[in-house]
Ligand binder design. Structure first.
Ligand code: NAD
Length: 374
């Protein structure tokens, strides 16, 4: 069997779905050929030679995409799709919420496994690409905020006087938000954070942040706020209005806001309105991590820093790709752990366990058809 690792060709995508570490493990049995496209690791600081030393052959795009098992980061482009082989196993972030993208992927006849749909069960944690990449995004968002902000993050007492610590508000405290809190805290900022899910309060406080509470008016609101499967659900407009009022007041006093709020398969909730941005202090920085899903902040623009009344709104896409080497290292390990459900690294035996709930949840297309979500 041939396992192919193509070079990612989407604009700004620097990651690669395998590293020498994971190639070595996949090649260990000696039963499978590993083909890594020339230059696939270049943007993640992995030269072709390192893949070769680990046991892979450097090949063309046609060879890597035409393999029996294709490991990718992003869903195939229109140029890549025709190179896939009917019946091959394709693993990656296949963007299953985009019906058209999924349909064109299905039309190639591959068995497509979308890692976005991994169930959030303990056994799947080592494969959870959304978490590994969100963690990186949360870290990088703070780095970008600190770089864009024209003042210090920590409190400093110098001979020339005292500098105040930056006040940072984090909205949406999932994996990215928690890492943003931890990172900003390490830089010495004063943190406050909020989320729709009530269970997050203790996590915020244990990281040294102050919880910004948006009260529930009734049991129905509280029930919706608990979400499903660890993910949030859209909140009723009354709660969103209450939240907007509270956030407006907090935004007036903080220096940096990082928004990470997402609802799977839906546009990101708008948490910061234009009038809230206008009420912020000049020099304040807002980093909108949800910009690719439509944004949490009114006025944020994809891959731009927008200036509004002296406030900088940063809308950079794909932050994990800006930490390419580590993002690839973690992504590749996630993919290897997923593949290990089907591939016995020692014996080389390959059989997809069709009844495994992780396989069932992630298999999005097969034999030319899109499969209904499990
Ligand atoms: P996500 O990226 O889908 O969303 C980010 C955050 O935005 C979430 O905390 C969500 O509640 C919040 N949000 C949504 N709408 C909001 C609104 N209107 N206002 C404020 N906040 C809003 O979430 P995620 O980071 O992928 O993870 C969510 C949870 O799942 C986390 O608590 C995480 O620890 C948990 N998780 C569990 C497992 C597992 O058990 N295997 C694996 C990964 C993550």
């Amino acid at each position: 069997m041939i396992i192919g690792i193509p070079r990612e060709t989407r604009a700004g995508e620097t990651r690669v779905a395998a590293t020498p570490e994971t190639v070595k493990k996949m090649a260990a049995s000696g039963k499978h050929q590993l083909v890594v496209e020339a230059g696939a690791g270049a943007m993640s600081s992995i030269p072709d030679e390192e893949f070769q030393v680990a046991g892979a052959r450097t090949g063309s795009a046609d060879e890597a995409l035409g393999a029996d098992v294709v490991l990718k980061v992003r869903e195939p482009t229109t140029e890549e799709l025709p190179k896939l082989k009917r019946g091959a196993m394709l693993v990656g972030l296949l963007n299953p919420f985009d019906a058209a993208a999924l349909q064109s992927c299905a039309a190639t006849g591959v068995s497509g496994y979308a890692l976005e749909w991994l169930p959030r069960i303990t056994r799947a944690q080592s494969m959870d690409v959304l978490s590994s990449q969100a963690n990186i995004a949360g870290y990088k968002a703070v780095m970008i905020a600190a770089n864009t902000y024209g003042r210090f993050m920590p409190m400093l007492m110098t001979a020339a006087g005292t500098v105040k610590a930056a006040r940072v508000l984090i909205l949406g405290v999932g994996v990215a938000g928690l890492q943003a809190i931890a990172t900003a805290k390490r830089l010495g900022a004063v943190i406050e954070a909020s989320d729709v899910r009530p269970s997050v309060k203790d996590q915020v406080e244990s990281l040294g942040g102050k919880w910004v509470d948006v009260p529930y008016a009734n049991d129905e609101e509280r029930k919706i706020a608990e979400g499903v499967g660890g993910y949030a659900r859209p909140m009723p407009p009354e709660w969103m209005a209450r939240q907007a009022g509270i956030i407006h007041e907090r935004c007036k006093v903080v220096d940096i806001v990082i928004t990470t709020a997402l609802i799977p398969g839906r546009p990101a909730p708008k948490l910061i309105k234009a009038d809230t941005v206008s009420a912020m202090k000049p020099g304040a920085v807002v980093v909108d991590l949800a910009v690719e899903q439509g944004g949490n902040v009114e006025g944020s623009e994809l891959d731009k820093i927008v200036m509004k009344n002296g406030v900088k709104i940063v809308g950079f896409a794909n932050l994990p790709a800006r930490v390419a080497a580590d993002a690839s290292a973690l992504y590749a390990r996630n993919v290897l752990n997923f593949l290990a459900l089907s591939l016995n690294a020692k014996t080389g035996e390959f059989a997809v366990p069709r009844d495994d709930e992780i396989i069932k949840a992630t298999l999005v297309c097969e034999n030319g058809a899109v499969l209904p979500r499990q």
